[in-house]
Design a protein around this ligand. Structure first.
Ligand code: GLU
Length: 269
């Protein structure tokens, strides 16, 4: 019951989707391996039950190095199937490819008026010294907030899904927001929101992804034959070039020729 208006306070509903990662891992003879379900993770952070009512669904339980575009579609479909029933969504995910999943979901689910939060941890929830519990509680605080769209919540930072990158492998501050401010920060359980991304009354869902996309990272002295190969075997190639887009043009580098030939053949560049 609300003390001010006398109305029955209704708890927000959050759907938690389990996918694996370190946060859900246990120690095995061959190292850490995902083992815990979302319900088991929640039992380790009892305060979440006072924030919202949670429904858990296990989508998969894998190391995120094994996540593929098919997994992104599975997550997006699960959110789409239950979008109307919940106020927010939390996805527990391995950190290694979490930024890729966040970016993919940002394009598969656009203009969401509800928060879709990815989180994980550098240390498993079963460890005595772990960032899992804070990250998970913070993720739920964001999932019941007025934030919207796809975000990563990690180590007290809220990062837009299209801007996140894993920049540290050991530090608890694993993710950075690249060329864009953090949307919000969390300190001792308090959410301070700085930016609210634009949304529509209902999200725009997509359910197809082109998988034949390659990335070529330029290094000094790179062989243009690699670019020819990638163009031949993909529908699109993204070239991570130098500075604002510079490619080698010295005599014999071959990049200009390969690109001109590809354009003439109407390949996508
Ligand atoms: N490679 C594992 C994964 O991404 C461990 C990294 C992590 O979750 O922190 O699932």
């Amino acid at each position: 019951m609300c003390l001010y208006c006398g109305q029955e306070a209704t708890m927000k509903k959050v759907l938690m989707l389990g996918t694996g990662g370190t946060i859900a891992s246990e120690v095995t003879p061959s190292g850490l391996a995902p083992a815990l379900t979302s319900a088991e993770l929640l039992r380790c952070v009892p305060e979440i039950s006072s924030l919202c009512s949670v429904t858990c669904e296990e989508l998969f339980s894998i190391d995120s190095t094994n996540v593929t575009p098919a997994h992104w579609l599975t997550i997006a479909r699960a959110i789409r199937a239950h979008y109307e029933e919940y106020d927010g969504f939390v996805i527990a995910h391995g950190t290694d490819t979490m930024a890729y999943t966040a970016a993919a979901l940002s394009y598969l689910i656009q203009y969401s008026p509800k928060p879709i939060i990815l989180t994980g941890a550098q240390k498993p929830i079963v460890f005595e010294n772990t960032d899992s519990k804070t990250n998970l509680a913070d993720a739920f605080r964001c999932a019941v907030s007025d934030l919207r769209g796809v975000m990563i919540v990690f180590n007290g930072r809220v990062i837009l899904g299209t801007r996140a990158r894993k920049t540290r492998t050991v530090s608890l501050q694993a993710f950075s927001s690249i060329n864009y401010p953090e949307l919000a920060v969390l300190q001792n359980g308090f959410l301070m929101e700085y930016i609210r991304p634009s949304a529509l009354p209902a999200p725009v869902f997509y359910d197809k992804l082109g998988e034949r996309v390659a990335l070529m990272k330029m290094i000094p002295g790179a062989d243009c034959g690699m670019l020819s190969y990638l163009l031949e075997h993909n529908d699109a190639v993204i070239i991570e070039s130098f500075g604002v887009g510079g490619l080698p043009s010295y005599q014999g580098s071959g990049f200009e020729r390969v690109l001109r030939e590809a354009m003439e053949a109407e390949n996508t560049i």
